[in-house]
Design a binder for this molecule. Structure first.
Ligand SMILES: [Zn+2]
Ligand SMILES: [Zn+2]
Length: 172
């Protein structure tokens, strides 16, 4: 969804996005539940984008590989500025890094691609580690069983007695 700055009225443009085609589905599964709100306002030759998203996603657990529901809630503010001179863009971005101002994104044309902004914010909002629960037990390295469903046979043997290996040897 590309918005040309000319399309933004003086009072601002307010969008409610209920289409989730922009969700990068190679990374996450979105079941089409959630809401995204974006506003675009012109201010002194720049465009201020403010938005929030709340999405119900299915993520894959890093430990047990099971999928689990995760609600992603993000709020963001980005300033877009058109800069023709690239050198100037570097100087200005350094200045902005030092302040607490919202992120400034430089573009060489007065267009904001709302869907790619949303996809970027979704990536930023994903948890660093995807765990179905804090104490996920993961998979047994021996047999691959999901240990959240209970101990597997290899585990049961080891837990029963520290001498189980010896007992097994004797059995042979
Ligand atoms: Zn897990
Ligand atoms: Zn096992």
């Amino acid at each position: 969804m590309r918005i040309n700055w000319d399309e933004i009225p003086e009072g601002g443009l307010f969008l409610t996005i209920d289409d989730f085609s922009w969700v990068p589905d190679n990374e996450v599964v979105c079941q089409g539940q959630g809401e995204c709100v974006v506003s675009l306002k012109k201010k002194g030759g720049r465009v201020l984008l403010a938005g929030s998203m709340r999405l119900l996603l299915l993520l894959e657990c890093d430990r047990c590989l099971d999928s689990f529901a995760h609600t992603l809630a993000e709020e963001f503010e980005i300033v877009f500025e058109v800069v023709v001179d690239e050198e100037k863009a570097v100087v200005v971005s350094e200045y902005f890094c030092q302040s607490n101002a919202p992120d400034v994104v430089y573009r060489n044309e007065p267009v904001v691609d709302v869907y790619s902004v949303l996809a970027e914010q979704l990536y930023l909002g994903l948890p660093e580690k995807s765990l179905c629960r804090d104490n996920c037990l993961g998979l047994c390295p021996e047999c691959g069983a999901n240990l959240n469903c209970g101990p597997c046979d290899c585990n049961r043997g080891a837990a029963a007695s520290p001498f189980s290996v010896l007992i097994r040897l004797k059995d042979q």
